[in-house]
Design a protein around this ligand. Structure first.
Ligand code: SAM
Length: 165
């Protein structure tokens, strides 16, 4: 992904770095915006990372991120089921936070399940003010134009959050 980003965008103002989010060091009060797309549900010590992110933002700076939605990460076996002619998402273990092993692109990929309350309270306790929360699923018209998304309005796949320091 980094190689592709470097090849596509030659902006001298952009530095591409590869690092581990579990221990990345961020300079204090140095960013207007921290953005993350679908990566934070792999991070074990999310509280530690969010605390470092908050310190790295200027006052009034924004944090915007997406993660797989807690309803999506919770199940022990996250696959659509059919019973009595109805398709449903087998939600279980919602309140049991912690690792989930899934086979997606590779076998045994570990993600970290957290409840909605944990994400929200983590930000509030760190002193973020939450600007917007969105439980994303396709609109009806998007679903109509994408036959593969037939089930995607039965439960949200993604959680998107915007917050400010
Ligand atoms: C589902 S992909 C999302 C990729 C991209 N951000 C996007 O939205 O298309 C998850 C990404 O998180 C990265 N990731 C997972 N754990 C990480 C960690 N501890 N430190 C840094 N990156 C991590 C993976 O390498 C992968 O690139």
């Amino acid at each position: 992904m980094l190689a592709r980003a470097c090849a596509q965008t030659h902006d001298p103002g952009i530095r591409y770095l590869r690092g581990n989010l579990e221990r990345v060091r961020l300079q204090a009060s140095s960013f207007d915006l921290v953005f993350s797309s679908l990566a934070l549900h792999y991070v074990k010590n999310l509280g530690g990372l969010m605390s470092r992110v908050r310190r790295s933002l200027i006052s009034g700076g924004s944090l915007v991120f997406s993660v797989e939605h807690p309803i999506y990460t919770a199940p022990s076996s996250p696959r659509w089921r059919t019973a009595s002619g109805r398709r449903f998402w087998p939600l279980d273990g919602y309140l049991e936070e912690g690792p989930r092993s899934t086979d997606w692109l590779a076998r045994g990929v570990i993600k970290q399940h957290r409840t909605m309350a944990t994400y929200i309270n983590m930000l509030l306790r760190l002193g973020f003010s939450i600007s917007e929360v969105n439980e994303w699923g396709p609109t009806r018209s998007q679903r109509a134009s994408q036959p593969g998304w037939a089930d995607e309005r039965k439960r949200p796949a993604f959680l998107l959050v915007a917050a400010r320091r």
